[in-house]
Design a protein around this ligand. Structure first.
Ligand SMILES: Cc1ncc(COP(=O)(O)O)c(C=O)c1O
Length: 378
């Protein structure tokens, strides 16, 4: 018997959508010119990039020139923080305890470069403690970085309020929107965002491509130097098919958000409701301020990794906390930051849906979950 494949790990990555693949296809086959070439094939490739830059800019209410394509969310976070911090002329960087490692791992690097780093805590729901942020602020703060939605527990931060606090002290505001982009309305002007990171493969686009929005006028030093592509901010021949795919994915995600978000929310809510009826199950993260596709649980007396492997045996792909830390045997820093004990933090199941997730997928999970948990406890 061939097992049905049920994919519930969309926080790790998503399936590429057919419209993205067809937008990319010419750039993987006939339109293979180098965008820096001055002949017609170079122009064909640079037209593809121009279109994608416009598509991305229109999803955020910014100018195309404020978008720099990168190799993904990690590079965008690095460029935003390590690239922009020196130009602020200030010495302190503030972020939260629950950021993705793409942000957190810039901290030791900043310290090595002579900057000071402050990490602000969160409450039991994973919400940033705004009073602590306000207290840590001062004229020496260059950048405040607060993720829009958490990759483990899905908590949505009040980035507008965090940006306001940053701006009151003349600091720049960066948000890692890798999990939020395409699932939440983001308007860089209305939200007060100076720098925003996003990634293609979380929005049904290709892997290995992302972008950084940077408000015009912000001084950024490139992390990579060479041929001067991307207005000198990101040297290396552009990943043209990837960029074209990202543009198509961005346009599609944002334009179908009003249809996809309610349907993802409905399926997520059913998963949360029915899973919480299992004895000893609890939800991690906020019940209300939660990204539409995330459900994150703990189960008393059950190891998360064992659970994920048993689900996998049933043809269900889920995750223990997030793909980036899946190989680790340490408890998630996000779960310990919201007050879970290390033991509780080792019992974690992250279910992340997408616009392609169906009620049948949810049923397949809910049908086997109580039995697996029971047998793991036994
Ligand atoms: C919140 C967040 N930031 C950054 C990243 C890194 O993105 P990428 O895989 O495109 O480098 C991820 C990926 O899981 C993420 O969830």
């Amino acid at each position: 018997m061939v097992l049905k494949r049920v994919y519930l790990d969309n926080g790790a990555t998503t399936a590429m959508s057919p419209e993205v693949l067809s937008a990319m296809s010419p750039f993987l086959t006939s339109h293979y010119g180098n965008p820096s070439s001055i002949h017609f094939m170079g122009e064909e490739a640079s037209a593809g990039i121009r279109k994608a830059r416009g598509q991305v800019a229109s999803t955020l209410n910014c100018y195309p020139s404020e978008i720099t394509f990168t190799s993904g969310g990690t590079e965008s976070d690095n460029l935003a923080i390590l690239g922009a911090m020196p130009g602020t002329g200030r010495k302190k960087f503030i972020t939260t305890e629950i950021e993705h490692s793409a942000v957190l791992e810039t901290c030791p690097e900043l310290v090595r470069l002579g900057f000071e780093v402050v990490r602000i805590g969160v409450d039991r729901d994973g919400l940033l403690i705004m009073d602590d942020l306000a207290e840590a602020m001062g004229p020496d703060v260059g950048i405040v970085s607060v993720m829009a939605a958490n990759n483990v527990i899905g908590t949505i931060q009040d980035i507008r309020q965090a940006a306001e606090i940053a701006h009151e002290h003349g600091a720049l505001f960066h948000t890692d929107a890798v999990q939020a982009y395409g699932k939440m309305n983001l308007d860089v002007k209305a939200d007060g965002i100076d720098l925003l990171s996003a990634s293609g493969h979380k929005i049904h686009g290709p892997k290995g491509v992302g972008f950084l929005y940077h408000r015009s006028g912000i001084r950024i030093s490139p992390l990579m130097v060479g041929g001067g592509q991307e207005a000198g901010l990101r040297s290396s021949t552009e990943n043209v098919p990837g960029i074209v795919g990202l543009g198509a994915a961005a346009e599609s995600a944002v334009s179908s958000m009003s249809r996809d978000v309610p349907s993802m929310t409905k399926i997520r809510d059913r998963i949360i409701r029915e899973t919480l009826s299992i004895e000893g199950a609890y939800l991690n993260g906020s019940r209300d301020r939660r990204i539409c596709n995330n459900a994150h649980f703990g189960f008393k007396g059950v190891n998360g990794k064992d659970l994920v492997l048993r689900l996998s045996d049933e043809g269900i792909a889920a995750s223990a906390e997030s793909a980036c830390s899946a190989g680790s045997s340490e408890p998630s820093h996000v779960l310990t930051a919201i007050g879970r004990t290390p033991q509780e933090a080792m019992s974690a199941l992250r279910i992340t849906t997408s616009k392609y997730t169906t009620e049948e997928d949810a049923e397949a999970l809910l049908e086997v979950l109580p039995g697996i948990i029971g047998s793991l406890r036994a």
